[in-house]
Write a protein that binds this ligand. Structure first.
Ligand code: GLY
Length: 263
């Protein structure tokens, strides 16, 4: 299926969810302290403003008191021109988030579809590019989830490819971002799996792996603060960059892409 130029990084709208007080209980692989709710609200408000400044109409959904990780809306759904696909997040504490998101999307007038079966799939494992949709198998996204999503996406006419999220990495997109039609930013450990041989890869310098979770939003690349070598690499490749703090999200293994659905 042919899509418009800029598919995967040109957007008009975004959906975000305000972090609730329970964000302090969010999942994390390693405890480096809990986020501070007030600081997270501030970090989130700056993120929303940046999306608006990049030209997006942003809908901010209310916080969910029962779901500590619900600020990471990207894991609950995949939004394409064909509609919203409500996913099935792999962490048991996050399963109900997709139900709430599906209802919210219907209220916003969006057409919705459900992943069939009982397989699990997190949106953080899905990278949409202009030529294909890559789905990273991970501890959150299992082969059954892949098969169900592949079936839906193939019916919509997309080319789908299963790839591998490196061991110890939460999501496929924790380690990569689409910067242009043929360009990705990726960690070495991910690039070494050869999933990007058909793309130009800008490699994240060693020690700055957390910088791989960026988002290109129209003409700007949002990058997390604190990664000077990666910033230099992306700017040197000719991209306009906006640096944003993602410190609070990072305490829960989250990053810039996880906090919005862009379409
Ligand atoms: N804390 C984000 C997640 O584990 O899904």
């Amino acid at each position: 299926m042919m899509h418009h130029e800029g598919f995967g990084y040109r957007f008009e709208r975004a959906i975000v969810r305000r972090p609730g007080r329970c964000v302090v209980d969010g999942l994390r692989a390693e405890d480096r302290g809990s986020p501070d709710h007030a600081s997270y609200l501030e970090e989130h408000a700056v993120y929303v403003r940046a999306l608006e400044q990049a030209g997006l109409d942003v809908v901010t959904l209310p916080a969910l008191d029962d779901y500590p990780d619900s600020v990471f809306v990207e894991d609950t759904a995949l939004v394409l021109p064909e509609g919203v696909i409500a996913l099935n997040p792999g962490a048991p504490t996050r399963r109900g988030e997709a139900l709430v998101m599906e209802a919210d999307c219907r209220r916003l007038g969006l057409e919705t579809h459900w992943l069939s079966g009982r397989g699990t799939l997190d949106g953080g494992d899905v990278l949409v590019t202009g030529r294909e949709i890559l789905i990273g198998l991970s501890t959150r996204s299992n082969p059954e989830g892949f098969i169900a999503l592949d079936e839906l996406l193939t019916a919509f006419g997309y080319t789908v490819r299963a790839v591998r999220t490196p061991p110890g990495v939460l999501h496929f997109k924790s380690d990569c971002s689409l910067l242009g039609p043929d360009t990705v930013l990726a960690t070495r450990r991910l690039a070494e799996t050869d999933c990007f041989t058909a793309y130009r890869v800008i490699e994240v310098p060693r020690g700055e792996e957390a910088a791989a979770n960026c988002i290109r939003v129209n003409s700007v690349v949002f990058m997390p603060e604190g990664f000077p070598l990666t910033l230099d690499a992306v700017e040197s490749a000719g991209f306009e960059v906006k640096v944003l703090s993602a410190c609070q999200a990072a305490l829960l293994d989250g990053g810039l892409s996880c906090q919005s659905l862009r379409f």
